[in-house]
Design a protein around this ligand. Structure first.
Ligand SMILES: Cc1cc2nc3c(=O)[nH]c(=O)nc-3n(C[C@H](O)[C@H](O)[C@H](O)COP(=O)(O)OP(=O)(O)OC[C@H]3O[C@@H](n4cnc5c(N)ncnc54)[C@H](O)[C@@H]3O)c2cc1C
Length: 562
């Protein structure tokens, strides 16, 4: 891959391996173009692993009259659920509690009628429903009955954002794109007359070696780093990026008795309770940010804000003792667009900034993109590739990604009913097959083959979690994992799902990875130390010790399971 980068000439070089960059690589590669992508750290290590993990229209954007965004996002949601990634993008219900008897139901109801009517014809998720206060408490006994006047129940979808981004990148690779991680773009190459960008100088962060990658056009998909990449390239783009920090907390599923997700109105925006396996993800915040882009960290105030907002509706308040993890991400929002005659956003709060995207071609041979939502990554990618290839001498076909299922999606309908047979054939529990199908789709067979060859790999990676040791092997062999954190933070989500942040699994993961990557004892110890440093940096407000915390005991859950 490195030698291909250094020797081939590409049509499109993508800088950044978040969902936007991965989507752009797939869009360009599936138009028959020669594509390379370089990512400075790991795929999805920026914002694309730190989102609310919703594939949604965004109910609150209706209130901001952002109808186009909601319409497009809902259509993308339906396409992903029904065709492009049914193994990864799953419908999820949200209960919207109502507290003002007369005014609120017609207002929210009208919004949901509009929301549902914007869906496409496929309708892979059900329409909204009205619930009485009793009906709401049946679905969510965790709600305090005080002042509860009823509720609405509506549907959206959710995804493991890091896994989805990785799968988009792998699908691009299946269409011949070269995907390279730990490769930072450190400068742009120019034509002899300096007029046109002709590629990028790229530093291999593993070795320090610098290589030159030639391409007819370079596309910057660097999220909140976009301004920095423009700066190093000495170009002035038509917009700047404003960073807004969003924090989530993770609590055990048993801490909140409900069989559905929930959405609450807050003074500034909304708060979600998102079901996440054996946990809830609760958030988010939306505040201006100016610190270190690589390690946005949650503060005490962020956590207190989320707990206070959640506790306004819960019968049994959540406390700090319930929180097993926190994570923070940065929204790359488009700020002033001076060249385009757009008014600067000035002091507007970040909650009010549009989530639409902007594409710019500041100099020939260089396109860049900012803004957008995870949900609309396919449209963002289509638009930036259209702009990037507009001055190509030969005709380039239009985007076809609405017809390109992601790896693992093709044939899923025929594999899901065979889950029981697969469990018997491979000698693994049925739950393990279901777990693998939900993460790899039809490629689950590749992971099962690893277990057939070495049955020890069928053992769980960490007690109480569904991940199998074979998934670590697969992450290294097929998913580009190079470091311990790639496996514990993004290929699996043990950093945020386990009470000890995945620390007790670290040595085992290092041993499995080390066998494949040729790590000696010192290297394995260094990888483990590096992971512990990351845990300390990302979870400081929880003061997570490097040892297992005693899990809290919860009363039995009375709501029925989804
Ligand atoms: C808290 C929060 C919640 C959100 N929730 C949702 C949601 O529920 N639904 C939704 O649709 N959207 C949501 N979003 C928005 C969504 O997550 C983002 O729009 C999306 O992830 C942005 O992806 P990206 O690829 O543009 O940026 P990133 O994922 O940040 O990718 C940029 C990449 O560029 C790389 N890079 C930077 N500089 C260089 C360089 N010089 N060389 C090589 N690589 C470089 C970085 O390492 C990074 O990996 C949320 C965002 C946040 C912050």
């Amino acid at each position: 891959m490195l030698s291909r980068l250094a020797t081939e000439r590409f049509d499109v070089l993508v800088v950044g391996g978040g969902v936007t960059g991965a989507g752009t690589a797939l869009d360009a590669a599936s138009r028959g173009l020669r594509v390379a992508l370089v990512e400075a750290r790991d795929l999805a290590s920026g914002t694309s692993s730190r989102s609310s993990k919703l594939i949604h229209g965004g109910l609150r954007y209706l209130e901001q009259f952002d109808f186009k965004l909601v319409y497009e996002a809902l259509r993308e949601r339906d396409l992903l659920v029904s065709k492009l990634a049914p193994h990864l993008v799953k419908p999820v219900s949200f209960l919207y509690p109502l507290y003002k008897k007369v005014v609120e139901r017609p207002y929210v109801g009208a919004g949901l009628v509009l929301y549902d009517s914007m869906e496409g014809t496929r309708r892979p998720v059900p329409r909204h429903r009205h619930l009485s206060a009793r009906g709401a408490l049946k679905r969510a006994p965790a709600l305090s009955p005080d002042r509860l006047a009823g509720a609405m129940l509506y549907y959206d979808a959710q995804v493991d954002d890091a896994r989805h981004t990785l799968t988009v990148a792998r699908t691009a690779a299946a269409h011949s794109a070269v995907i390279g991680t730990r490769l930072s773009a450190v400068g742009l190459l120019r034509s002899a007359d300096g007029e046109r960008v002709t590629g990028a100088r790229v530093r291999d962060e593993e070795t320090g070696r610098v290589l030159e990658v030639s391409a007819e056009t370079v596309v910057i998909c660097a999220g909140v780093w976009t301004d920095l990449v423009h700066e190093l390239a000495g170009v002035q783009a038509g917009y700047t990026v404003r960073m807004s920090k969003g924090v989530h907390i993770v609590v055990p599923r048993a801490a909140v008795d409900a069989d559905t997700g929930m959405i609450l109105r807050t003074d500034k925006s909304v708060l979600f309770f998102i079901p996440w396996g054996e946990h809830w993800i609760v958030g988010t915040t939306d505040t201006d940010f100016t610190g270190d882009r690589a390690e946005p960290v949650a503060t005490e105030e962020d956590i207190e804000y989320i707990l206070a907002a959640a506790n306004r509706v819960l019968a049994r308040p959540l406390t700090r003792g319930d929180v097993i993890a926190v994570y923070a991400g940065l929204r790359p929002l488009v700020d002033a667009v001076p060249g385009n005659g757009t008014k600067p956003n000035g002091a507007k709060p970040t909650t009010k900034l549009s989530r639409e995207h902007v594409v710019d071609v500041p100099v020939p041979g260089l396109a860049s993109i900012a803004g957008g939502k995870f949900t609309t990554y396919r449209l963002v990618a289509r638009d930036v590739v259209d702009a990037a290839v507009a001055d190509f001498e030969r005709p380039v076909p239009g985007s076809v990604t609405d017809q390109v299922p992601l790896l693992g999606a093709d044939g899923l309908a025929a594999v899901q009913p065979a889950a029981g047979r697969l469990a018997e054939d491979y000698g693994v529990p049925r739950e393990a097959v279901d777990h693998l199908l939900g993460r790899y789709g039809t490629l689950a067979a590749e992971v099962l083959d690893l277990i057939r060859a070495d049955p020890g790999l069928g053992r769980p990676l960490a007690a109480g979690h569904p991940y199998l040791r074979a998934e670590v092997v697969y992450a290294v062999m097929c998913e580009g994992a190079l470091h311990l954190e790639d496996v514990l933070v993004r290929r699996t989500r043990l950093l945020i799902e386990s009470a000890d942040s995945g620390v007790s699994a670290a040595a085992d993961v290092a041993a499995i990875m080390g066998r494949l990557l040729g790590w000696n004892r010192r290297r394995r110890a260094a990888e483990t130390r590096r992971y512990l440093d990351l845990v300390e940096a990302e979870q400081p407000v929880l003061a997570i010790a490097m040892s297992r915390r005693t899990p809290r005991a919860y009363p039995p859950v009375s709501s029925r399971k989804e």
